[in-house]
Design a protein around this ligand. Sequence first.
Ligand code: GDG
Length: 523
Amino acid sequence: MDQDVSPENRLIIVSNRLPVVLTRGENGSWDVRPGSGGLVTALAPVLRNRGGIWIGWPGTVQAEDLHLEELLAEATRDSGYSLRAVALTEEEQAKYYQGFSNEIIWPLFHDLQSNCNYDPDYWFTYQKVNRRFADVIAENSAPHDFIWIHDYHLMAVAKELRVMGIRARCGFFLHIPFPSPDIFLKLPWRFQVLSDLLEFDLLGFQTLRDRRNFVQCIRALAKEVAVVSRGQMTTLHVEGRQVRVGAFPISIDYAEFADHSATQEVADTAWYIHEDLPQRKIILGVDRLDYTKGIPQKLDAFRTALRKFPDLHEKIVLVQVVVPSRFNIPKYLDLKTEIERKVGEINGEFTRSGWVPIHYIYRNLNRRELLAYYRTAEIALITPLKDGMNLVAKEYCASNLEHNGVLILSEFAGAVAQLQKGAMVVNPYDVEGVGRVIYQAVCMSAEERRFRMRRLRHSIRKRDVYWWVNSFLQAAISKRLDQFPLVEDYAPTREVDHWPGSVCQAVVHGPVADDDRPSSPHR
Ligand code: GDG
């Protein structure tokens, strides 16, 4: 048990990855930096100063000179909570994470069954690693803690905890979609996965559609379970226990995005971006390298818009940021090749002196750059083939301080349920339709843009990440976040950067990279 903080009612967050990335610096020392991705963006501000624990894989295989505990303690020194690592071997990582999680569950739950590789060995290792996570949770938790497990990598953890006799309340939130029964039925381990999920006390999904799909799977495959739906919540009666099932659309720290976007450093960076692209409207795409994000289809739609509407030539630029991800899986490498080929073809077809239609960025942007792109882009083009939520859509709106941006959003992103009234909703497979909507967005009047963006921002502000966490905790244990113990002596000792929640504010050892230094106010 952790002795540093009150044992009462702590929040224990468990996810596949810790919210940090460990890398070896040029001088051989280890650096700890904030991780990226939707889960970190959403949860880091939530845990700040609540004295909880975050358990996960640190993202690196144990090396002899890696003083992991020391590094993790240093990384969260100012955050008010602590990190605990789950060690994995290279083989476990390959079979549990890349294999079962990302070659089976990820494609299946995104309706892309033909991308699945049902290797039985993956399932075996998945269970073994879930047990390992349960061990670390058992070592670090007390009966009054609330254990909140995240995402499809860890669906069997509650089962393992129950086997070990751990009875603490345990909730699960699925960040990705849950498929309809006709797709879920293809999973060779469909009965085991459903029965593992039924060991949690609360199951949270992103949207009503996901919750409905899950309940339909229960009705089809677990006939002994009684289903009672009342209002927003469904209760499953399983062998004398009750499992609550609800939809909790995840969100962002709206105020933090809006405030940081308003800073001079972001404004300066945004100004330079536009100065380099004079008289062009910027259409922005920000996606992890993933076949669910619909990047090739988006490029096809952009090409269609340029072919059909020549008056767009030299007036628009697509800035497509692709964040490197899962490059050990062959499908992802193929996707990268396909994207780069298409970008080359389109630029080859349309580039004129002084105008390159697609600016392709294949790397992680730092937060200042990302916000500057959000702030400066006239249009955000977010067209996943399927997405649990899509936080980029919400971040773009929160950062659009001038209320002049247009959000083009796929009807298959979970975010559409909340944002459909202000966004231009498209079918990402319909490249002609998306091409037409790009044209309409470019031509949209300032009044309509303002009207739509105000609506979007209002809705995201009202249901931000604190609303999300409070509704989940309320449903799980009838508590709000502010009822968890505040770390009283919480006092950042160093100047923090603007990473949400200031998970880890600094490089622990080694030099600060140039692009992480704040830009000087030149204007
Ligand atoms: C999963 C689900 C669900 C992106 N590029 C950079 C960067 N990002 C950050 C964004 C955003 C996050 O990564 C991406 O979140 P998404 O929600 O768009 O997508 P996934 O990573 O697939 O997340 C998704 C989410 O979980 C939460 O439940 O919405 O459906 O698939 O926060 O800001 N951050 C930085 N540089 C980048 O270049 N710093």
